[in-house]
Ligand binder design. Structure first.
Ligand SMILES: Nc1ncnc2c1ncn2[C@@H]1O[C@H](COP(=O)(O)OP(=O)(O)OP(=O)(O)O)[C@@H](O)[C@H]1O
Length: 301
């Protein structure tokens, strides 16, 4: 069963087509990252899947059920906009109240368990008006997972948080995924998407322009790997031979006394180069590798 399947999903406001016909498949068990510049249409797309707005055209299915569908809503979790919190309620009461509004009965013990899971154990009896921005984000995740959903939508779960809270939320996402949950998240933080997500879609002007794992995205761009290798002196008798080999193995070769830098097409070339050094009786002390980051790929779009 697929977690998400959309077919030609479109959304227009007035005469402006904001989401321009998206076909997307997300498998169960994925952490799927949705990236795009401000105004690309990410929230508009998520809002259709979570039934906050209706598609203008096309269809979608969540967890094998055509949407919108009240039954499937019980199996998905959506991180709310923190501004919707009831400021006069404590975190526990807030969770219980919101769950009852959406027809899900949850016990106080379940609320406590989930608040502990997100790291709000010692603040669960505080009113949400006293919560910091980061605590509200954690409470938002608690709200999304309180009913143990299979598929969780997180819209920018870490934006505006300090480094420690970001690490905590990354661990939460990772732990949820380990428990078998599918996560669909939007983010502006390229580093986090690169670290967490099994696949990534880049959205531009209402369309998905690239989709795949990090390795696949890199290969779309046929990006090279830059290798910097520190070595012992090259015996004069071997210099010519090694130089010929390196020129054939990659491009942009730079040589100094104890280092070489070279761009190669794939990882196999790295081990071949190290073997060539060894054959020429040159010791390799250190190998540093630089690959295209998601940022570079993203900026190309
Ligand atoms: N209710 C609405 N009525 C009219 N236009 C809208 C509405 N909601 C969104 N838009 C427009 O749709 C476009 C996409 O907005 P959306 O919020 O989906 O982008 P986004 O990729 O989530 O951006 P961000 O990263 O800034 O959150 C924007 O130009 C926005 O102005």
């Amino acid at each position: 069963m697929l977690a998400i399947e959309t077919k030609q999903l479109k959304k227009s406001y007035g005469s402006s087509l904001i989401v321009k016909g998206i076909d997307l498949i997300v498998e169960q068990g994925e952490i799927f990252g949705f990236l795009g510049r401000n105004g690309a249409g990410k929230s508009t797309f998520i809002n259709m899947l979570t039934d906050i707005s209706k598609p203008s055209f096309g269809t979608y299915a969540l967890l094998g059920e055509e949407g919108p569908n009240d039954q499937v809503k019980k199996r998905i979790g959506v991180m709310p906009d923190y501004s919707t919190f009831y400021s006069s309620l404590t975190a526990i009461k807030h969770l219980k109240f919101l769950s009852s509004l959406s027809g899900k009965h949850v016990t106080s013990d379940r609320c406590k368990e989930v608040l502990k899971f997100v790291g709000l154990e010692s603040d669960m009896n505080k009113k949400t008006s006293k919560y910091s921005f980061g605590m509200k984000k954690k409470l938002g995740i608690a709200q999304a997972i309180i009913h143990d959903p299979e598929l969780i939508f997180l819209d920018e779960p870490t934006s505006g948080l300090d480094a420690e809270s970001v690490i905590h939320i990354h661990q939460l996402i990772h732990n949820l995924n380990k428990r078998g949950k599918t996560i669909f998240m939007t983010s502006h933080n390229l580093d986090e998407v690169q670290k967490l997500c099994s696949r990534i879609a880049i959205m531009k002007e209402g369309q998905i322009v690239k989709i795949g794992s990090m390795d696949e995205l890199r290969s779309f761009y046929q990006s090279t790997i830059t290798v910097k290798l520190k070595h012992s002196p090259i015996p004069e008798s071997e210099e010519m031979h090694l130089l010929q080999y390196l020129k054939a193995a990659g491009s942009n070769l730079e040589i100094s006394n104890s280092y070489i830098m070279i761009d190669v097409e794939n990882e196999n070339k790295i081990s071949q180069i190290i073997r060539a050094f060894t054959r020429c009786k040159v010791d390799v002390f250190r190998v540093e590798v630089e690959e295209a980051s998601l940022e570079e790929i993203f900026l190309e779009e």
